[in-house]
Design a protein. Structure first.
Length: 258
């Protein structure tokens, strides 16, 4: 079940009831979850807690005694929806494999909150966190900025300036939406062409929403420039069609013959 991503008032009545009735609680950090229960005035002295986070998730699940699910079991992440860049999916898979009945409660989620706040319209893809450095990061970022759908990523306060500089270099004219500290007192929204964006205070968790590839990115390149890009023929065809009278399909068929 989800927990608030910032504002405590975002928790639902169903979530409060689930926490109140839980006999066993799996959570990322027992201290964080107990603090939440205190704020909600839920007594937890009679509950059993298990810490299950990204570093021990596989180990914990491998040791689970299935009889524990004879009790009322709840899993929560520290903030937001479990399974979205947080543990939770493997516990669901365990339940499915062992025919254990389960439910998922809807609730606060930074991905959708940021997408709606951005004002961008259309299909989107969520990429989670970028690799921290090196060729893996460079390769993933190239994939994201050449994606034909709205792209959403998470970034830490330690690397958000680095990401902004990378985007300024690669897609200076693309419209990008930066959101930090969603639902909290210092919530901040910034939307502009990348080249115009500055971050005065990088503290806090960030969600970055990148508008899909648009003509503004392509018009700075000529036909030969695009042909020389290290992209899949399908991606090249999409870009070339924006500065050509030919369709994407026509150009793609030409490219695969080269």
């Amino acid at each position: 079940m989800p927990t608030p991503i910032g504002n405590l008032s975002d928790i639902s009545k169903r979530a409060i009831q689930a926490l109140d009735e839980a006999e066993v609680i799996f959570c990322e950090d027992t201290r964080v979850t107990k603090k939440l229960l205190n704020l909600l005035q839920i007594e937890y002295s009679n509950k059993t807690f298990y810490s299950m986070h990204s570093h021990n998730e596989n180990e914990i699940i491998s040791k689970i005694d299935i009889s524990i699910f004879d009790k009322n079991v709840v899993y929560v992440s520290d903030a937001g929806m479990p399974g979205i860049s947080d543990p939770g999916s493997k516990l669901i898979q365990f339940a499915q494999k062992n025919n254990i009945k389960y439910d998922v409660l809807p609730g606060a989620n930074a991905v959708l909150t940021a997408l709606v706040a951005s004002g961008f319209e259309g299909e989107f893809t969520f990429f989670g966190f970028l690799p921290h450095k090196g060729q893996q990061r460079e390769k993933k970022l190239k994939e994201i900025i050449n994606h034909d759908k709205i792209a959403i990523i998470y970034e830490s306060p330690h690397r958000i300036e680095k990401l902004l500089n990378e985007l300024k270099k690669e897609i200076p004219k693309r419209i990008v939406f930066f959101a930090k500290e969603l639902t909290k007192i210092h919530q901040t929204f910034i939307k502009d062409e990348v080249k115009n964006i500055t971050l005065n205070n990088t503290k806090g968790e960030w969600v970055v929403v990148i508008d899909k590839t648009i003509k503004n990115d392509v018009l700075t390149l000529n036909y030969e420039d695009i042909l020389s890009l290290k992209l899949h023929p399908k991606e090249k065809a999409k870009l070339l069609s924006q500065i050509s009278t030919k369709s994407t399909k026509e150009i793609y068929n030409e490219l695969i013959k080269l």
